[in-house]
Ligand binder design. Structure first.
Ligand code: GAL
Length: 446
């Protein structure tokens, strides 16, 4: 088996990380505009970011030139609904135009409704701690589905609940920088799960074109340490281990995908809640960067390996291409849903060289290894429908500001956010053109 002919080779981004135009066209601030003072490296802010707010046409054309078949982007809730009960036509027009430009260039749009930029007006009502939020989110989903659902076929409700809850509500390192404790985490969890269910239903009800609906969890995966059935079984067990914390996969997946509450969720999720939360999904989205075996800190397990000189990206994340083989297999076996890789990529110390180009052999090497492993899973018959490289262009990396460059396009912030496609963008074009057929056959990395 090879990659399907219509495999969705693409790239991803998120509104707060790329858009800028934070107070333009009727948009009101999000928690990533209003609450970040003193929390971001070098005091960076997302006020301008990559200025995609003013570059929709050129960016879509560039994606067309690279040959991308899909682009996963998120909607800024406060651009569309800047205040309670108010829809902003200028905000809708911005996204509608972006969708048209993408389609004109042969790029399939994929929309994420929530990639962390909670409107301040919702936050002031209590944000994810408020019981009202799931209905507000469903209204927002309806508005977007009505406006764009005639042309957009792929929808993701949430990006990485694990991360925005873990970092934003437990550790306090991401906006809104809270530490709400166990009961608070349970409240936030229930509200997010209900919001997911209500939004998924609203998308199906109001999108004119039959939608494909999923979400994009930060999909953890342990990988086997040796080629034995026991090691493989152990990696799978750890991958789906139950956990009373929000970081466990199944904390979110059991209610969303299976309609089941974990034992430790039963006191705050009712059967009626589960009916709302458990909506049919068309695919299982996964954001994945590394095997969990190599976490620098945190869970200590027999699977964990400390390797001298383990190659890591600038984020400190272990380069473990085998995760793109095991993860789709494990998740497909468990949930029986087609897999969409919604994020994967690396941050690298990229510079514009004296010749004016951005040479990033590390990224090309990373893509080659990871995609070669993904191909092994596809060759074995695992139904993977697409791969969205993170990210289309260098952008605002949350608490790390602009210090991390993940893009296949270099963003020259000092010069009007000029876009400079890196060598890896040309490399990716070739992968897309040949539909991954020229990827090398590598031995499975253990
Ligand atoms: C993900 C997140 C993205 C991006 C990426 C790289 O967790 O969804 O927004 O920041 O990591 O760190």
């Amino acid at each position: 088996m090879a990659f399907a002919k219509d495999f969705l080779w693409g790239a991803a981004s998120a509104s707060a990380q790329v858009e800028g135009g934070w107070n333009e066209g009727g948009r009101t601030p999000s928690i990533w505009d209003a609450l970040i003072d003193g929390h971001i490296k070098y005091n960076d802010t997302p006020a301008v970011a990559c200025d995609t707010y003013h570059h929709a046409k050129d960016d879509a054309a560039l994606m067309g030139e690279i040959g991308l078949r899909s682009y996963r982007f998120s909607i800024s809730w406060s651009r569309v609904i800047p205040a309670e009960g108010k829809v902003n036509p200028t905000g809708i027009a911005y996204y509608s135009n972006l969708v048209d430009e993408l389609l004109k260039n042969g790029v399939t749009p994929m929309i994420t409704l929530y990639h962390w930029d909670l409107p301040m007006w919702v936050y002031r009502k209590g944000g994810w701690l408020s019981e009202e939020i799931s209905d507000l989110f469903a209204d927002y989903a309806k508005t977007v589905a009505e406006a764009l659902g005639d042309r957009v076929g792929y929808w993701l409700t949430f990006n990485e609940p694990q991360v925005f809850v873990g970092a934003g509500y437990n550790r306090g390192t991401h906006a809104p920088f809270l530490q709400v404790g166990k009961v608070g985490i349970e409240t936030v969890t229930r509200n997010i799960l209900l919001a997911h269910g209500k939004a998924a239903a609203a998308i199906r009800q109001y999108a004119a074109k039959t939608p494909k609906v999923g979400f994009a969890p930060s999909a953890r995966c342990y990988t086997p340490t040796e080629d034995t059935p026991d090691a493989i079984a152990e990696a799978k067990r750890l991958t789906f281990e139950g956990s009373i914390t929000h970081t466990g996969n199944i904390w979110w997946e059991s209610p969303i995908v299976r309609g089941e509450a974990l034992d430790e969720q039963k006191h705050f999720l009712s059967e009626d809640d589960l009916k709302v939360i458990h909506q049919p999904l068309d695919f299982f989205g996964v954001n994945v960067y590394q095997s969990r075996n190599y976490l620098a800190k945190g869970e200590d397990t027999a699977q964990r390996r400390a390797k001298w000189g383990q190659p890591r990206t600038q984020m400190g994340w272990a380069i473990t291409p085998e995760v793109l083989y095991w993860l789709p297999k494990f998740y497909y076996e468990r949930y029986g849903l087609q897999i969409l890789i919604t994020e994967n990529g690396l941050a690298n110390c990229d510079v514009i060289s004296l010749d004016g180009a951005v040479h990033d052999p590390q990224r090309i090497d990373f893509m080659t290894r990871y995609l070669a492993h993904l191909k092994m899973a596809v060759d074995e018959g695992v139904p993977v429908i697409g791969y969205q490289y993170w990210s289309l262009m260098d952008n605002f990396e949350w608490d790390k500001g602009y210090a991390m460059r993940f893009g296949m396009i270099y963003t020259d912030y000092a010069n009007g956010c000029r876009r400079v496609p890196k060598d890896s963008a040309r490399f990716y074009s070739e992968i897309i053109r040949t539909n991954g057929e020229n990827l090398p056959t590598l031995p499975l990395n253990w």
